[in-house]
Design a protein around this ligand. Structure first.
Ligand code: UT7
Length: 321
């Protein structure tokens, strides 16, 4: 049996951290105490206006390639999960391919599933590797959510940040990704959205993120626990077999509530949201990379990745690292 196995990870955060107090200094009607108490977020990174998602993806990808001891030319599939691509088209993945100097004709495309995008992209890459059509996939989450934030809406602008994370996935006889599950329910479209579009050279509708925070919170905790049990069931494992839960880094309270619902000790959660905020599709590979580089995650451990995002979309992946 051919598995898809993570052979390298990388991540990138642009510029210096912007603290909660820095936001207050910029005139946002909020406080460090409110943000920390409700979300656990202490800082975020914001990209310069001339830096796109593919630029952040490039830095994270170079680090993942170096960690795997691979060259860009070894990559035969590129998938970027993003809801904030550099342009309408070409995709951020095609731009990343060019920036990496990959000239081997490898397919490159974006996946848009908002905060679940990385789990969607990882699942697609895994299935293409298992089919035998591809052997070395670069799977990236990259976002510049700062571009779609309304800085007059304190209920949302304090929550998000920019960043990228990447993994290199290779065909292997050794166990890698064990089980995946993806879901969506578009009837929740209005609870979390950026409803605007471009038409006739104009922005039509709002180009800013809008969210019903409490509705998102309740839905997130419910489906994250369900989808975690779903992948564990597929693999014939229990929650006690999981070494690390690496959830989408949205909010510390959602992370804690999900772990409690699953009966997982809080020490088994990888939480990096405090220093980068919610980076949407980038958050899982960012958290994974930081935990690998700090030595917390080691080879052979069982990891549970899971996310929920606008749509709603949600999903999980269970893997041997
Ligand atoms: O990838 C998924 C992304 N989404 C999420 O992770 C969001 C999930 N939801 C949440 O995390 C929480 O709902 C929030 C953190 C967004 C909000 O926390 P909450 O406990 O649900 O607060 P709330 O929206 O009910 O607002 C409570 C109060 C309000 O004031 P009043 O009406 O009680 O006087 C808000 O106006 O907090 C006020 N408020 C703020 N105050 C200071 C809202 N935003 C802020 C702020 N600073 N940034």
């Amino acid at each position: 049996m051919t598995y898809a196995r993570i052979i390298g990870t990388g991540s990138f955060l642009p510029g210096a951290p912007i603290s909660n107090d820095d936001l207050v200094a910029r005139g946002i009607d909020t406080s460090d105490a409110w943000i920390v108490e409700r979300t656990g977020i202490r800082a975020r990174h914001l990209a310069e206006s001339n830096v796109g998602a593919s630029d952040l993806a490039l830095q994270a990808s170079l680090r993942a390639l170096a960690a795997a001891n691979k060259q860009p030319a070894d990559v035969d599939l590129i998938i970027v999960a993003t809801s904030t691509p550099d342009m309408i088209f070409p995709s951020a993945a095609a731009l990343l391919q060019d920036k990496l100097g990959i000239r081997n004709g490898a397919p490159a495309f974006d996946v848009q599933a908002v905060c679940s995008g990385f789990v969607y992209a990882l699942t697609l890459a895994k299935k293409l590797i298992a089919s035998g059509s591809h052997r070395c996939a670069l799977v990236v989450g990259a976002e510049v959510f700062s571009r779609i934030l309304d800085w007059n809406d304190r209920g949302t602008c304090v929550l998000f940040g920019d960043g990228a994370g990447a993994v290199l996935l290779a065909a292997s006889e050794e166990p890698g990704i064990l089980a995946t599950a993806l879901h969506a329910d578009g009837s929740y479209r209005d609870i979390l959205s950026v409803p605007g579009q471009i038409a006739g050279g104009q922005v039509v509708g709002s180009p800013f993120l809008q969210m019903e925070g409490q509705a998102v919170f309740k839905f997130a905790v419910k489906v994250l626990a369900e989808v975690a049990r779903e992948v564990l069931g597929q693999a014939g494992l229990g929650i006690g077999d999981v070494d690390w839960l690496i959830p989408h880094q949205a909010n510390m309270r959602i992370l804690d509530a999900t772990a409690r619902k699953l009966g997982l000790p809080a020490e088994k959660i990888i939480a990096t949201v405090a220093h980068h905020g919610n980076t949407s599709a980038a958050s899982i590979p960012l958290a994974l990379d930081e935990a690998v580089r700090s030595g917390r995650i080691s080879r052979g451990q069982t990891l549970l990745l899971e996310a929920v995002g606008g749509g709603f979309t949600w999903g999980a992946a269970l893997l041997k690292f």
